[in-house]
Design a protein around this ligand. Structure first.
Ligand code: ZN
Length: 129
């Protein structure tokens, strides 16, 4: 099992490779099998990156894919925020708003999934030794 310092170092390697070096990630390692990882925006440059200990038991290629996926969310975050803000101002019915919210969230997941699949193979794998 990697140490917190090893995980932080690897996330730093990924953020530099993805040109996200100006962003700050506060990393939390949690015992939560309901997620592999998640990212939450605090400010435009500060994020919480939560990583489940269970992810660290999966193959390193999958660990890399999941972490790149989460980091991709920070790239699409400004677009998502703008799109979400339009939902509250457009005078939509609650049903239509919920439908559009679901469509927005599922399309964001699909975008970051596909970008992570395309880019991950070009990024370093974690070295936990
Ligand atoms: Zn996601």
């Amino acid at each position: 099992m990697p140490t917190s310092a090893q995980i932080e170092k690897y996330v730093k390697t990924l953020t530099r490779a993805m040109d996200l070096g100006a962003m700050n990630f506060e990393i939390r390692i949690v015992d939560d099998d309901s997620i592999f990882a998640s990212v939450r925006c605090v400010t435009s440059t500060d994020y919480f990156l939560t990583i489940s200990r269970s992810l660290l038991e999966y193959p390193r290629k999958f660990q890399r894919w999941v972490l790149v996926h989460e980091l991709m969310h920070t790239i699409v975050h400004p677009f998502s925020k703008l799109a979400r803000s339009s939902l509250t101002k457009s005078g939509l019915s609650a049903k239509e708003r919920a439908f559009r919210q679901d469509a927005l969230e599922s399309s964001e997941e699909e975008i970051v999934d596909k970008l992570s699949s395309a880019i991950s193979p070009y990024l370093p794998l974690p070295e936990w030794t």
